[in-house]
Design a protein around this ligand. Structure first.
Ligand code: PAF
Length: 289
């Protein structure tokens, strides 16, 4: 595995891999790698012969300076994890390499109006900008993102389509701890009490799944029960519990062909998000979370 810090080095190594006839798979990360990240690499390996991972804590997507400085970092450990899961090239740039005198940003209408977009001003502009830059640097054939950050993943699918990036976005299922908590670098910040209370999130998704399986379609009714279940974990704040259409992430009154039920809540200072995709196939609804 090679580790580089400059755009020029990435371009040259990726060019050689292409000349060797390899397709380029890409997993962008902010580091502090866990099994969620390694599963993205596993997905990418099935689709391409040369694996690139970026590790860059992207200052411009943090709407809260405290959150940025608290974000966990451990590059040495990350490099060992990346090597073990078969990454070929890690791009770990510094701030100066990525942002010199930045004046250009990538932004999106509609899909960022709700969910995290409504609660984290500027967050998605920062994500779209850095991901666009990374796509232009790495020039991957396929880029893999996790379902846990569903608004990010769906919006990036849209960005790739709108801006004609010549690559395919793959959304890989959320990887969970044994008790159901979605893996996240932020879980490290939970104290034992917050960690225990955070399980109300998975309980609320499972409960919604049960309601949908019994034929309930009303967003109002499902979300009211989801919020009740969430409150059993005494979250310090619920940012949202929403049902949106997958296609444009706009609020939906009813479960439709393809919907997303998404929640965000604070346990102490730590904000956790989770979601499930509800899909209708041959008259039957399935929930993926
Ligand atoms: O999901 C993340 O870790 C980040 O938002 C990403 C895609 C690496 C951009 O900084």
């Amino acid at each position: 595995m090679q580790t580089v810090r400059t755009i020029e080095e990435v371009r040259s190594i990726v060019r050689s891999a292409r000349l060797d006839g390899k397709g380029i798979g890409f997993v962008p990360t902010m580091g502090y790698l866990h099994r969620g990240h390694t599963s993205l690499v596993e997905h990418s390996k099935k689709l391409s012969g040369f694996q690139v991972m970026s590790i860059f804590v992207n200052r411009i997507q943090f709407n809260d300076a405290g959150d940025f400085s608290r974000y966990p970092r451990d590059l040495e450990r990350d490099l060992a994890v990346a090597r073990d899961c078969g990454v070929d090239l890690v791009f770990a740039p510094g701030d100066d390499e990525m942002y010199r005198d930045r004046r250009t940003f990538v932004d999106m209408e509609l899909l960022t109006d709700h969910l995290c977009g409504a609660h984290r001003p500027g967050h998605f502009r920062g994500v779209f900008t850095v991901v666009s830059k990374l796509f232009n640097i790495v020039l991957p054939d396929v880029a893999v993102f996790g379902q846990k950050d569903i608004q990010q993943a769906v919006s990036l699918e849209k960005m790739v389509m709108d801006l004609d990036f010549p690559l395919k976005i793959v959304i890989a299922p959320t990887v969970r701890e044994e008790d159901g908590l979605a893996m996240s670098s932020r879980n490290k910040h939970l104290d034992p009490d917050e960690r225990r209370r955070s399980l109300c999130i998975i309980r609320s998704l499972r409960m919604a799944e049960g309601m949908i399986a019994s034929g309930e379609r009303s967003a109002r009714k499902i979300l009211s029960e989801v919020k009740k279940e969430l409150s059993t974990g005494r979250p310090d704040k619920i940012d949202y519990a929403s049902l949106v259409r997958y296609s444009d992430l706009q609020p939906a009154d009813e479960i439709s062909e393809r919907s997303v039920l998404a929640v965000a809540a604070f346990f102490g200072p730590t904000r956790l998000i989770d979601n499930m995709i509800v899909e209708e196939r041959e008259g039957k609804f399935s929930c993926v979370y």
